[in-house]
Design a protein around this ligand. Structure first.
Ligand code: HEM
Ligand SMILES: [Cu+2]
Length: 649
């Protein structure tokens, strides 16, 4: 192996050197801080080795918030570069890298982990369970996601970022046209975190099917739990396709195979097909749970049960099936025949039908409700019209012949942000505000919350509506600059202003977390919103065992029935509770995988083999682990319940 320091270096702009220095300083700051305040032991015991679904959920959400800022800075840089004609802020190569990492980070390392974080926190509580089915596997999922995300993030300062778009189309992403290590990072970072996600899929399907409290039949499950179940079925079917595609990509780039090349029997369209067979279901993986979140919030703050429960479930099932047979709508213009385009046009448009059913169900839930306009409710109400614009423009794009005009223009960029931002980002923000008091025992401040809401909603439209017009005028996507004669300047400037407004909104949102942590009064009830489902039936903050007594479910809104119809919920006696013990192995596995990925990115074979053996050793150690957990004795549970003021003693 010849060691060449040059290939690790990223050259060019002061921006990158600035990033390197700030990453180094931040890391040193964290290490010094942890040492000075003697927090290493605490970090290891309470967080790095935890198998508690609530803590894992919180870590997912923290990581997602961090990635929201990373992806957001990418977005601001792009909007600044295109704010006026002939800008010189980023060069073409750098612009390519920035839109690629922005897309990847926002979808894979922000939206999805945020959703997975919320489902970790909420689903076991909603079904009356003490944890997920496989708590240790859950920790493995998290650490693989986390270290996969970190691997992609360091590409920015070590070796260079991927630059062929988040869809990494071949031959653009091949060694020939993208010779830096950027797309090696792509194939390995996504692989590592994707394996984690696949395990999440298995874990949550088993959890929801096998761990529900007695009496909670499938058709009594809360809508968020339903959406999570369907989402995880999609994960289990879609992610293996990504695994295979990424493995083939890695072979092409690292070992000289020719799966996706133009020559020697390779087929570039094979990549496009595999990518979107995973990629389209992927967007439903982030949007379906959002539908679930909105259903919970709209029902709670209308003080009504959800309208059309059965049709809500049915429409999600239909959407999940359709999501697997629409993928070719991403490349109508890439040469397949009329029949193929016709088929995919029809299936794509068909998705609008079950989605429309859901929109009407939410509207009917609101009808004659006693509506309270809390922050989470405001996001849910704003979602409905904005998402509808995204959906309608989607149907416009679905028409294959018309798509020859829209394809790869800013119209498309506007469309998918109009679905993804209300359909995923507003939902996770709404869910964050809604479930925050459950996890931390106090609410977020409503006034600051509403400030952030108005900044975000208005700026979102200012940032993205102009892109519809720009697209129709002919501005293509992924274009790093344009000349003044095109006339694209003014609308792009407006869009930049909107992006700045969005940034301000997100800063207010984070400031609200800080402010509320310091000043908001503690909530002793455990049910601050007068809600309907089981997660609000336990105390806030939640004891580690969730429920001292497993609830007996007799209806769809068991907590509501307990509060208003005097239906008993906790009827059994408190007994000892079995809990899984913490373990450091998932974290270690993540670290070793990170090094394996890193060495493979740089084709450093001997270290890679050593790290590969390391992975096997940790896996073996996990298989031979004979820890069966421990019991919390009944009197200790009673003591905790008394301290928290729970309703069960
Ligand atoms: C927060 C405000 C955001 C702004 C201002 C923004 C802006 C942009 C811009 C300027 C582009 C590149 C357009 C081009 O030149 O082709 C882009 C691409 C993209 N964005 Fe965003 N975005 C934001 C949030 C998001 C979110 C939340 C998601 C996903 C959940 C997302 C997903 C994507 C994807 C997938 C691409 C395509 C990347 C590619 O072309 O490979 N964006 N965004
Ligand atoms: Cu699609």
């Amino acid at each position: 192996m010849n060691f060449d320091l040059e290939k690790f270096k990223v050259h060019g702009e002061p921006l990158i050197y600035g990033a390197m220095i700030s990453i180094a300083l931040a890391s040193i700051g964290i290490v010094v801080g942890l040492t000075v305040f003697k927090k290493w032991g605490w970090l290891w015991r309470e967080w790095l080795t935890t198998v508690d679904h609530k803590r894992i959920g919180v870590m997912y959400i923290l990581a997602a918030l961090l990635m929201l800022f990373r992806g957001g800075i990418d977005a601001l840089m792009m909007r600044l570069q295109t704010a006026a004609p002939d800008m010189k802020f980023l060069d073409a190569q750098h612009y390519n890298e920035v839109f690629t990492t922005h897309g990847l980070i926002m979808i894979l390392f922000m939206a999805m982990p945020f959703i997975i974080g919320l489902m970790n926190v909420v689903v076991p509580l909603q079904i009356g369970a003490r944890d997920v089915a496989f708590p240790r596997l859950n920790a493995v999922s998290f650490w693989l996601f986390f270290f996969g995300a970190m691997l992609l993030n360091i590409s920015f300062v070590i070796g260079g970022s991927p630059d062929a778009g988040w869809s990494a189309y071949f031959p653009l992403a091949s060694l020939e046209f993208s010779p830096t290590v950027g797309n090696n990072y792509y194939s390995l970072a996504l692989q590592i975190s994707g394996i984690g996600t696949l395990m999440t899929g298995v874990n949550f399907i088993v959890t929801i099917l096998k761990m529900r409290a007695p009496g909670m039949k499938l058709m009594r499950m809360p809508m968020f739990t339903w959406s999570v179940l369907i989402t995880n079925v999609i994960i289990v079917f879609a992610f293996p396709v990504l695994t295979v595609a990424l493995a083939l990509m890695m072979f092409d780039r690292l070992f000289g195979s020719q799966f996706f090349t133009m020559a020697n029997g390779g087929m570039d369209m094979l990549w496009a097909n595999l990518f979107w067979v995973w990629g389209h279901p992927e967007v439903y993986i982030v949007i379906l749970p959002a539908f679930g979140i909105y259903s919970e919030i709209i029902a709670t703050f209308s003080k009504k049960n959800l309208y059309g429960y059965t049709s809500m479930v049915a429409s999600m099932l239909i959407i999940s099936l359709l999501s697997f047979i629409v993928w070719a709508h991403h490349f109508y213009t890439m040469g397949q025949g009329v029949m193929v385009n016709g088929f995919f046009s029809i299936t794509t448009m068909a998705i609008a039908v079950p989605t429309g059913v859901k929109i009407f169900n939410w509207l009917f839930t609101l009808r004659k409700g006693r509506i309270s306009f809390t922050t989470p409710m405001l996001y849910s109400l704003a979602f409905i019209p904005i998402f509808t614009i995204g959906g309608v423009t989607g149907v416009m794009l679905a028409m294959a012949s018309a798509d020859y005009m829209y394809h790869n223009t800013m119209f498309l960029v506007a469309h998918f942000h109009y679905v993804l931002i209300p359909g995923a980002v507003f939902a996770v923000i709404a869910g964050f505000h809604y479930w925050f008091p459950k996890v931390f025992g106090f609410r977020l401040n409503e006034r600051l919350g509403k400030h952030a809401f108005w900044w975000i909603i208005i700026s979102f439209n200012v940032a993205f509506f102009p892109l519809f017009i720009l697209g129709l005028k002919g501005m293509t996507r992924r274009m790093y600059t344009y000349s003044a004669e095109t006339g694209f300047g003014p609308l792009n400037m407006i869009s930049f202003a909107g992006a700045l407004g969005l940034a301000i909104g997100f800063v207010i949102l984070v400031y609200n977390i800080y402010w509320s942590t310091r000043y908001m009064p503690r909530d002793k009830t455990g049910d601050p919103w007068d809600a309907r489902t089981l997660e609000w039936a336990t105390q806030s903050p939640i004891p580690e065992y969730n429920f001292a007594v497993v609830p007996n479910v007799k209806s769809r809104d068991p907590l509501w029935a307990m509060k208003h119809d005097k239906q008993p919920l906790f009827e059994d006696q408190i007994t000892k509770i079995h809990m899984p013990s913490n373990t450091g192995k998932p974290f270690v596995l993540g670290v070793v995988f990170f090094f394996l990925g890193f060495f493979l990115v740089f084709s450093m074979w001997i270290p890679a083999i050593v790290a590969g053996i390391g992975v096997l050793v940790v896996l073996a150690a996990m298989s031979f682990d004979r820890d069966h957990g421990f019991y919390i004795p009944a009197d200790k549970v009673i003591k905790t319940e008394k301290k928290l003021g729970g309703g069960t003693v």
